[in-house]
Design a protein around this ligand. Structure first.
Ligand SMILES: [Zn+2]
Length: 86
């Protein structure tokens, strides 16, 4: 539970950065599944291993638009490799 909260925070932070780069439209969120994956990679390999060890898809919800994302275990394993390389 605590881990998924961390993911939500990171997704929110990533979305804010993107919004800052674009125009001032506030009702349009720029979050994407790719952004969620990037946020997970930024959590670092140890956190990703915890997500994988839970044995279920990681879930994250954007706090701006409420969109829900799910990252499957297989995808988490790919993200783990990305995280370890960075
Ligand atoms: Zn969003």
């Amino acid at each position: 539970m605590a881990v998924s909260l961390v993911v939500e925070d990171l997704v929110a932070a990533a979305a804010q950065v993107e919004n800052g780069d674009s125009d001032q439209s506030q009702d349009q969120c720029h979050c994407t599944l790719e952004r969620v994956k990037t946020a997970i990679v930024l959590m670092g390999p140890e956190e990703i291993k915890i997500l994988i060890s839970e044995g279920v898809a990681a879930q994250a919800q954007c706090e701006f638009c409420g969109r829900k994302y799910e990252v499957e275990i297989n995808e988490l394993k790919k993200l783990l490799i990305r995280s370890e390389k960075s």
